[in-house]
Design a protein around this ligand. Structure first.
Ligand SMILES: NC(=O)c1ccc[n+]([C@@H]2O[C@H](COP(=O)([O-])OP(=O)(O)OC[C@H]3O[C@@H](n4cnc5c(N)ncnc54)[C@H](OP(=O)(O)O)[C@@H]3O)[C@@H](O)[C@H]2O)c1
Length: 441
């Protein structure tokens, strides 16, 4: 670190900015974009903040590979050496995965070095342990980039909204699935076609499971819920359903019923008990999240006094994600120089809402026999299980007859029993699909 200026005027800061040397673990999409931003903006950052940023060491797996923007003399394949280096003040972890990232971060924190990471998987699995280690060391562990890439969300939740009573957070936090669902809704593509296009454009991996199966969104949901409600929620606490079973027919019925289908991270507080889940849901076209198209992300927060807030932008990509990392780097550097740090605060154990108390509205798509009396038979089963109908559409004829319903909010276990009884009806050939429906409240 450079010398601390005795006076606090801007002029003083500009002439004697304090140097912060970064140890960068990972030089992939985000790491290389961060390096580029630091090089091109370091002067402006120094003028504005009094901090002169430089990257002193970089860890990669393959040191031999040519990488524009990386001075080979600074590169190593030993990330532990970067963390331990006396020439590193702040560690930025952009490798991903649980290990060795976790061990490296704990080691940096133990040595009094603030850490910035974009590693959602790690924070969602071991956040509480890592936050405690940062608190013990009295330095920052910041992870703005871990959820919704370039969109400022973690800092608003942990700072601006810390005093707010948040009731519900709805997030479109996976760009790949939002891209696929947008293609299905707007171009009539089926799931396989839309996935293939996402893969061709680089939005989806060759193995898309982490995205389409909801795993990535579940990690983000856990982090959002932890920040919003102050309880320790891990990815394992988040039941998830992916979008692989969403059909072109569902998307088209959604449209007819004035809705659109989105993969949502849903975190709700019910008087201190939480539900945190990931599932594809229909949302009304009037809801602000309905307009979030393509690979964009948005997180919709409902608070008691603040009302409804929406954070919207690019949830992934090297540049946007690195921008969030850079903000954290400057914040952590400022705190380091001032000998302070931003604590997450006390986190309670997660208190889960019992399954029997879960409530939702539903969309049901039933393939039925084309005979009189079908509707009455179905309505009788609905009434028996206290499920009331908000809207209904009939489609197709003969062997292809369909009835689709949107129900009012009902108990989810009542809906399970209702579906089981519907399966027993002669008039119902099969339940083609069910989806939850988010109300625009
Ligand atoms: N990409 C995004 O849009 C995005 C958005 C939000 C959050 N994130 C998170 O940001 C992190 C980085 O993502 P990314 O897309 O930049 O990943 P990436 O392109 O796969 O880059 C990973 C980098 O880490 C290096 N690395 C991995 N394991 C290593 C090890 N054991 N030792 C040394 N170096 C190692 C790799 O080295 P080689 O280059 O030699 O293989 C590579 O440079 C992840 O946690 C990710 O979840 C990414």
């Amino acid at each position: 670190m450079g010398q601390t200026c005795e006076r606090s005027s801007l002029a003083c800061v500009a002439v004697s900015s304090k140097e912060i040397r970064i140890g960068l673990l990972g030089f992939g999409n985000v790491g290389s974009a961060l390096a580029g931003q630091i090089v091109s903006r370091s002067e402006a950052i120094a003028e504005r903040t009094g901090i002169s940023l430089s990257i002193s060491r970089v860890a990669v797996r393959d040191v031999a590979r040519k990488r524009p923007g990386l001075d080979k003399r600074r590169a190593t394949d030993d990330p532990a050496a970067v963390v331990a280096s006396p020439n590193v003040d702040v560690v930025v972890e952009l490798m991903g995965g649980i290990e060795p990232a976790k061990t490296l971060i704990l080691s940096a924190l133990r040595n009094g070095k603030p850490v910035i990471t974009g590693n959602k998987e790690l924070i969602a699995a071991h956040g509480a342990e890592l936050f405690a280690a940062a608190d013990r060391a009295g330095v920052d562990l910041l992870f703005e980039a871990a959820v919704a890439g370039g969109i400022p969300l973690i800092r608003p939740l942990r700072e601006s909204l810390i005093g707010e009573r948040i009731h519900r957070v709805l997030g479109i936090v996976n760009g790949t699935t939002n891209f696929i669902l947008t293609k299905m809704a707007e171009q009539g593509q089926d799931y396989t076609e839309a996935l293939a296009e996402a893969q061709a454009l680089g939005y989806a991996e060759a193995d898309p499971t982490a995205d389409v199966g909801g795993h990535d969104a579940a990690s983000k949901a856990a982090i959002i819920a932890t920040m919003a409600f102050g309880q320790q929620v891990t990815a394992k606490d988040v039941p998830r359903e992916g979008i692989d079973l969403v059909s072109a027919a569902d998307v088209s019925f959604a449209k007819e019923l004035g809705h659109v289908i989105k993969l949502l991270a849903v975190a709700e507080d019910h008087d201190g008990e939480l539900t945190v889940r990931v599932y594809p849901a229909m949302i009304p076209l009037t809801h602000p999240l309905a307009s979030v198209r393509q690979a964009f992300n948005a997180v919709f927060v409902e608070g008691e006094d603040v009302g409804r807030l929406m954070f919207y932008g690019r949830g992934a990509g090297g540049g946007p994600t690195a921008s969030a990392v850079l903000g954290d780097v400057i914040d952590a550097s400022t705190n380091l120089l001032q000998g302070s740090h931003a604590s997450i605060g006390a986190l309670g154990k997660m208190r889960k809402l019992p399954e029997s108390a879960l409530r939702s509205s539903f969309y049901l798509n039933l393939e039925v026999t084309d005979q009189p009396g079908v509707l009455a038979a179905v309505a009788t089963v609905f009434a028996k299980h206290l499920v009331s109908i908000e809207s209904m559409e009939q489609a197709g004829l003969g062997g292809n007859a369909r009835i689709v319903f949107i129900t009012h909010e009902c108990n989810e276990s009542d809906m399970k029993r209702c579906l089981s009884d519907l399966r027993k009806l002669k008039a119902v050939k099969r339940i083609v699909s069910t989806l939850r429906v988010i109300e625009d409240r």
